[in-house]
Design a binder for this molecule. Structure first.
Ligand code: RB5
Length: 152
């Protein structure tokens, strides 16, 4: 994958070990990472770290992010409240691939208490190398940011 910005990564305590594993894997393969915390297994609120990463993706400061909590659910809920963010919780390779092809997902969410490190590594690898297919899928995702206006 050609990325001009680092991958912003964030986790809570339940995702910390997997964040460290994926961060080391990415760094070893030459992918730049911006670690937004947390930095230990001390209990924290996933919300705070989801906000940090989602804000960077939403503003365009970085093009991609990876968020990890225990299940991935809380991080997904937080991230998808941000404009321009399309966060995908993926625990299998097919979903990771399709989240890029059809949804142009710009944040990958993982559950550190759900999957093991090797599957997580494969998911990240697939997610980073798969391109968006554009075309009719662009029209569909462009409608996402009109939802706030409809629902307010
Ligand atoms: C933390 O105990 C846990 O609730 C959190 O990591 C996450 O799974 C929330 O969705």
């Amino acid at each position: 994958m050609k990325n001009t910005t680092p991958i912003a990564m964030g986790s809570d305590h339940a995702g910390f070990a997997l964040k460290e594993f994926i961060k080391d894997y990415l760094t070893d393969t030459g992918v730049a990472v911006e670690d937004c915390g947390t930095f230990s297994e001390a209990s924290v609120d996933y919300t705070d770290f989801g906000i940090k990463v989602a804000r960077k993706v939403s503003s365009g400061e970085v093009s991609r992010g990876i968020l990890i909590c225990g299940t991935g659910l809380g991080m997904s809920m937080v991230a998808n409240r941000f404009k321009n963010v399309r966060a995908a919780l993926c625990h299998d390779i097919f979903s990771a691939m399709m989240s890029r092809r059809h949804n142009d997902a710009n944040i990958l969410v993982l559950g550190g208490r759900v999957i093991g490190t090797e599957l997580a590594r494969e998911i990240v690898q697939t997610w980073l190398k798969t391109a968006f297919e554009d075309g009719r899928h662009l029209r569909r995702i462009e409608k996402f940011d009109t939802i706030a206006a409809i629902s307010e």
